[in-house]
Design a protein around this ligand. Structure first.
Ligand code: 13P
Length: 279
């Protein structure tokens, strides 16, 4: 199996009416735990890292590791650059060999979001990579402290946006937010359904941590083909680290194993919810 593009994976997911899990990583243990879960269930996944994570996980260090892990896996893996905020960083990810990139122009005006996304789509073509973009604003924050107010995607613009940019996947804002929700959110499935009806491009749900299995399945029934999970994995790693260092003699190797195991369990749980075993 191999490194595959987002477009290829989402096409397969669409045929089977399932979603592919996109799991954020920040170190080697997270990469290995996620891939082990995918291999245990014999199903593809997306491994991703967001631009806001780069201060602690530099792209030129973690990127090649993610790609090498994908290339050596027994299942198909897409290596995706999540929430690219600058054209230059997105280009760096493409240059490193990422098979998919996201340009997040959600805080720009509609016209500027289209223009910047189009530029990224043109660049990605040269590398044979896929592109995801966002319309509307997903709430919360990706860890940089700046919380964004949710702004639902306008269903009447979704198809126009996808056609004008030529993207392969559209991230929607339907009441979802990054980080831990105070209570499980009630997503605007009516808005999702409207978007799905008028737009052929596969849809992406961000802010997966804390959404109930039933809501995930409702989203999948309404065209969501990629679901992002980050906080749940980062929290699981932190919890494992705490447990392993609160002992008399902390052991690095046990710590490393426990972090990978924590991600393995979290990724496996989500793959099962997303019906991906059928892929
Ligand atoms: P969570 O951190 O809420 O799981 O969101 C992940 C995400 O959407 C990454 O882009």
């Amino acid at each position: 199996m191999s490194l595959v593009t987002l477009k290829e994976l989402l096409k397969k997911a669409d045929k089977k009416d399932v979603a592919v899990g996109a799991f954020s990583v920040g170190n080697m243990e997270m990469v290995l735990g996620a891939i082990r879960a995918a291999e245990a269930l014999d199903t593809p996944i997306i491994l991703q890292i967001a631009e806001v994570r780069l201060p602690t996980s530099p792209l030129n260090v973690i990127g090649p590791m993610m790609i090498a892990a994908a290339e050596n896996s027994s299942v198909d893996i897409c290596v995706h650059f999540d929430h690219g905020l600058n054209y230059e960083t997105v280009l760096q990810a493409l240059e490193l060999g990422f098979s998919s990139v996201m340009l997040d122009g959600s805080l720009l005006s509609y016209e500027d979001n289209i223009a910047l996304t189009k530029r990224v789509v043109e660049a990605a073509k040269e590398y044979g990579a896929s592109v995801e973009a966002e319309l509307g604003v997903v709430g919360g924050n990706e860890g940089n402290g700046k919380a964004h107010k949710i702004q639902c995607t306008d269903p009447t613009l979704a198809d126009d946006f996808c056609k004008k940019t030529g993207i392969d996947a559209l991230a929607v804002a339907i009441g979802n937010a990054h980080g831990n929700y105070p209570v499980a959110p009630e997503l605007r499935l009516d808005v999702l359904n409207e978007i799905d009806k008028c737009c052929e491009t596969p849809l992406v749900l961000h802010g997966g941590t804390g959404i109930t299995p039933e809501t995930f399945r409702e989203c999948i029934r309404n065209g969501v083909r990629k679901i992002n999970i980050a906080t749940a994995s980062f929290d699981a790693v932190a919890k494992a680290a705490k447990q392993n260092t609160s002992v008399d003699k902390p052991n690095y190797f046990d710590l490393s194993q426990s972090m990978a195991d924590a991600v393995y369990e979290n990724v496996k749980k989500h793959i099962k919810i997303f019906n991906m075993e059928s892929l």
